[in-house]
Design a protein around this ligand. Structure first.
Ligand code: GLP
Length: 247
């Protein structure tokens, strides 16, 4: 992998498979030091090669998630965990069902109970678990992390957001029609994410090039939620050549 120095952060550039192996190595190092680590997972197409690599390593006996606790970033409001486009279903089918994680220690925000108490309880549960050791992130084309759309306060905790038209259109490819894409989502806030001891953001594809440029070379601003990574003491950014093209 080559390294691009971009302001305060380095961006590690390689193809999707190289990124998957490098980030899997980060998980391996964390779990070696702390088998009961608290891990924050993400959805989207970006982490799929990584999840395949983690599944492979668990099957090969190289890694174990038996003692970890997990917290996912977000969930669509209104989708049951069994809905095939819910993020809970995504995580179960792409990772959790294929690794040795204890289902009792898996947490995904509810898309059904989204009252203030339930949302606050998600942050409380993260703190009670000892805080997130490593939070994985993708990035939206508009610079969102989790579902924290542009304009979300940097001090936000878990909350419900109204999805932008752009985000709904980008994600419509997974639904039968745009009308079926939920209008709202429950998401960890930017502060919830920033509280993690380590962040790993992966950006792949040309559609992420502008967002990645703004993330590492633009100002730290709520208008680009991922720009908050610039002020995180331990944030690693991985990108493929297409996403890194404008750096
Ligand atoms: C959704 C998720 C984000 C994810 C983004 C990008 O908006 N809430 O966590 O980073 O999609 O998805 P993809 O990786 O498919 O480009």
């Amino acid at each position: 992998m080559r390294i691009i120095e971009a302001g305060y952060k380095k961006v590690y550039v390689g193809d999707a498979e190289e990124i998957a192996r490098a980030v899997a190595d980060i998980y391996a190092a964390i779990l070696k030091a702390k088998p009961n680590a608290v891990l924050g997972f993400a959805t989207g197409s970006t982490p799929l090669p990584l999840y395949a690599e983690l599944v492979r390593r668990v099957a090969a006996g190289e890694m174990s998630f038996a003692d970890v606790t997990t917290f996912n970033l977000d969930e669509y409001v209104g989708l049951e965990p069994t809905h095939d486009q819910s993020y809970r279903y995504f995580m179960d089918t792409n990772l959790f069902n294929h690794i040795d994680v204890d289902p009792a220690r898996v947490h995904v925000p509810s898309g059904i109970s989204v009252d203030v108490e339930t949302l606050a309880a998600y942050d409380t549960a993260i703190v009670a678990a000892g805080g997130i050791d490593m939070q994985l992130l993708g990035i939206g084309c508009n610079g969102h992390i989790g579902f924290n759309e542009p304009g979300t306060p940097l001090d936000s905790l878990t909350h419900v957001v109204e999805l932008t038209q752009n985000t709904r259109e980008v994600n419509a490819r997974f639904f039968a029609s745009l009308d079926e894409v939920p209008t709202h989502a429950a998401t960890m806030g930017i502060k919830t994410v920033m509280n993690a001891r380590q962040l790993v953001l992966i950006a792949t594809g040309a559609s992420k090039a502008d967002a990645l440029y703004a993330t590492v070379k633009g100002p730290v601003t709520p208008e680009v939620p991922a720009s908050a990574l610039q002020i995180h003491p331990c944030a690693f950014i991985f990108a493929d050549e297409a996403a890194a093209a404008k750096l």
